[in-house]
Design a protein around this ligand. Structure first.
Ligand code: PEP
Length: 252
């Protein structure tokens, strides 16, 4: 683990009603109470955000949304703006998750607009990037990452780069139980940091890079020990408070 403060974020996706989220947070808070060496984030669905903000208030747990629209308001049925998130004290937002890119057609351009709007609103963004299995097999990983990182960050000034966390999530590792080899994760994270260094070598050293893709308490130790990995974006294992707290424990 580097000198950068570790960040462990749990992406619940479309899981947990408000009642289930309440049960989770009541179990999690005492488990992570003493883990003061890492930032801890949960990303509930929109319907549970306000309840989780209230229940986590005063604790070490921050609450992020899983998506937002870039526009301040407008005729965008089903969408949520940055101001709607900050009004209820949400701390940050996941942007460009591969499921949104694949299932909802989210483009790099849309993600770039969202990222700038999130920062302008005071939200801490996690920008997700990563290659498919076919792209890795065809030697296209770096091309894909270059495109996603450079486009995603294209609408913000270099001085704001450290406010962004980038999650390297190989799509073939998400929800599959097929975790990246530590060398693959390190190579990709170092490549991403070098891309950011192309904008500003100093800010690239401050920006946090997370690994995401089938992280568990068992494999977290090896992944979080990598020099360019500063935390994890956790899907499945974040639904269980004990498993999520165990990953936080590894990071702290
Ligand atoms: C994710 O959804 O970002 C993720 C990494 O999921 P999982 O941990 O379940 O692979």
């Amino acid at each position: 683990m580097s000198a950068r403060r570790p960040l462990i974020a749990g992406n619940w996706k479309m899981h947990k009603t408000v009642a289930e989220a309440e049960a989770f947070i009541q179990r999690l808070l005492p488990l992570v109470y003493a883990s003061d060496a890492a930032d801890v984030v949960i990303c509930p669905p929109f319907t549970a955000l306000a309840a989780m903000v209230d229940s986590a208030r005063g604790s070490r747990v921050q609450v992020y949304a899983q998506n937002m629209h870039h526009a301040p308001a407008g005729a965008f049925t089903g969408e949520i703006s940055a101001a709607m998130l900050t009004e209820i004290d949400v701390d940050g937002v996941i942007l460009g998750h591969s499921e949104r890119r694949e299932l909802c057609g989210e483009t790099d351009r849309a993600v770039a607009l969202k990222l700038a709007a999130a920062l302008d609103a005071g939200l801490e963004p996690i920008l997700c990037v990563g290659e498919t299995e076919a792209e890795r097999e065809q030697g296209e990983t770096e091309r894909k990452l270059r495109h996603q990182v450079q486009e995603g960050l294209s609408k913000i000034g270099a001085e704001r780069l450290p406010e962004v966390a980038i999650a390297y999530e190989p799509i073939w590792a998400i929800g599959t139980g097929k975790v990246a080899e530590p060398e693959q994760a390190q190579d990709a994270a170092a490549f991403i940091r070098a891309l950011v260094a192309g904008r500003s070598p100093e800010q690239a050293q401050r920006l946090r890079i997370l690994y995401g893709g089938s992280v568990t308490p068992e494999n977290a130790t090896d992944l979080l020990a990598l020099p360019d990995i500063d935390g994890a974006l956790v899907g499945g294992a974040s639904l269980d408070a004990d498993a999520f707290a165990a990953i936080v424990g590894v990071a702290s």
